[in-house]
Design a protein around this ligand. Structure first.
Ligand SMILES: [Zn+2]
Length: 383
């Protein structure tokens, strides 16, 4: 009873002060993270689309965002999320070719190429190690525009699976070199230190891509001002800052991507990732996790609103895997307060949800393999 009272008092204190506090409940119970939210933001109420034709696909990946992570943000935002505008939902199996517990390399490879990848591999065949074509390659071959927007480094596993091929995701300078062949129209993220000042060779990939016709940007203002149909925007040496320090960078970059890509009458494919949700799962940091998902969801709201106006854009929102084995043990929707507990600091084997908005979103209902995401997009865009 004493424990309950002290937990209650702690909860009340936190609901006024708005920060997280860890309570050590003993080894069997693990650590409970109490979070009283300050992320409260308005969500948009967006009408479903009526048409059937898909001209554009926007694949939005919340890296490491399981159903419990989504639930935490939903509670912290007083029971509302932009994702709820999605017309259909399904469940995705995340396992890798060689392991139950996947990583962003294997999972990204599955969604980018339609083939299950080995743990830590980037879009290569599991038997021959030969490069596999990704959705961006297929889209470019059909004359569509392509874009990648992430909040991590561009050579981190998820974006790399759409732009590079390697047996090892840690070979990031090699992955950066592969970007010279990717021909993606709009590339936005961090990770400049893999493109220049390289330790493995003296190549300056930024200069090489500039020579190929890319407008290379290093600030958000440069990015927003760029008018080229080939933009490489790398804002940081490492990852972009976490949501609390990032402001509306992710939303601005996403809006710019849509503006550039929508100029192509053949349509486009874009992959937009809330990359740092996964980092907060690894560090078992529930407050930062909730902020990251809030930032991702605000971007989702903006994208769905754009798609509603367009009418021919399919938006697919999902995760590559769950991180941390998060459970929700207490909280209050009214107070925006979440109490959570993590099982570990790694990925888990829990299946993840997929949410879809727009024409043909019904195709994303049911239980599916992560490779089906590739197959469905390829078919719908006739790639
Ligand atoms: Zn991870």
């Amino acid at each position: 009873m004493k424990v309950k009272i002290s937990a209650f008092i702690l909860g009340v204190m936190i609901s006024f002060s708005g920060y997280a506090q860890d309570q050590y409940q003993g080894s069997s119970a693990g650590i409970q993270h109490v979070y009283s939210s300050q992320i409260s933001y308005a969500v948009k109420n967006i009408k479903p689309t009526k048409g059937k034709k898909v001209e554009n696909v926007i694949l939005m990946i919340g890296d490491g965002m399981g159903i419990s992570h989504y639930s935490s943000a939903w509670i912290a935002n007083n029971g509302k999320m932009n994702i709820e505008n999605c017309m259909y939902t399904g469940i995705v199996k995340t396992y890798a070719a060689d392991k139950l517990i996947t990583d962003s390399g294997a999972a990204g490879s599955a969604m980018a190429t339609g083939k299950k990848g080995n743990y830590h591999a980037i879009s290569v065949d599991v038997n021959t190690n030969k490069p596999l074509q990704s959705l961006t390659d297929y889209a470019i071959a059909k004359g569509l525009s392509t874009g990648i927007v992430v909040t991590c480094g561009l050579t981190d596993a998820t974006p790399a699976t759409f732009c590079a091929n390697n047996t090892d995701r840690d070979d990031e300078e090699e992955l950066a070199a592969d970007f010279t062949d990717c021909n993606v129209n709009f590339l936005f993220g961090g990770g400049r230190n893999k493109f220049h000042n390289r330790t493995s060779d003296k190549r300056d990939i930024l200069a090489e891509m500039n020579d190929q016709g890319y407008t290379v940007c290093s600030t958000i203002d440069e990015t927003l001002a760029a008018e080229s149909d080939k933009i490489l925007a790398i804002l940081e040496e490492g990852q972009l800052p976490l949501a609390s320090e990032r402001g509306d960078l992710f939303q601005k970059a996403t809006a710019k991507a849509l503006e550039i890509l929508d100029k192509n009458k053949n349509g486009f494919f874009a992959m937009i990732e809330g990359s740092r949700i996964d980092d907060c799962g690894h560090s078992n940091d529930l407050p930062k996790l909730v902020e990251e998902i809030g930032d991702f969801d605000r971007t989702v709201g903006q994208v769905i609103e754009w798609a509603e106006k367009d009418g021919k854009t399919l938006v697919i929102i999902l995760s590559d895997h769950e991180t941390g084995g998060l459970s929700i043990t207490d909280g209050s929707i009214q107070d925006g307060q979440v109490t959570g507990q993590f099982a570990n600091e790694s990925h888990s084997g829990i299946l993840v949800p997929v949410y879809a908005y727009g024409p043909q979103s019904n195709q994303f209902s049911g239980i599916m393999e992560n490779t089906d995401i590739f197959e469905k997009i390829k078919k719908l865009l006739e790639l």
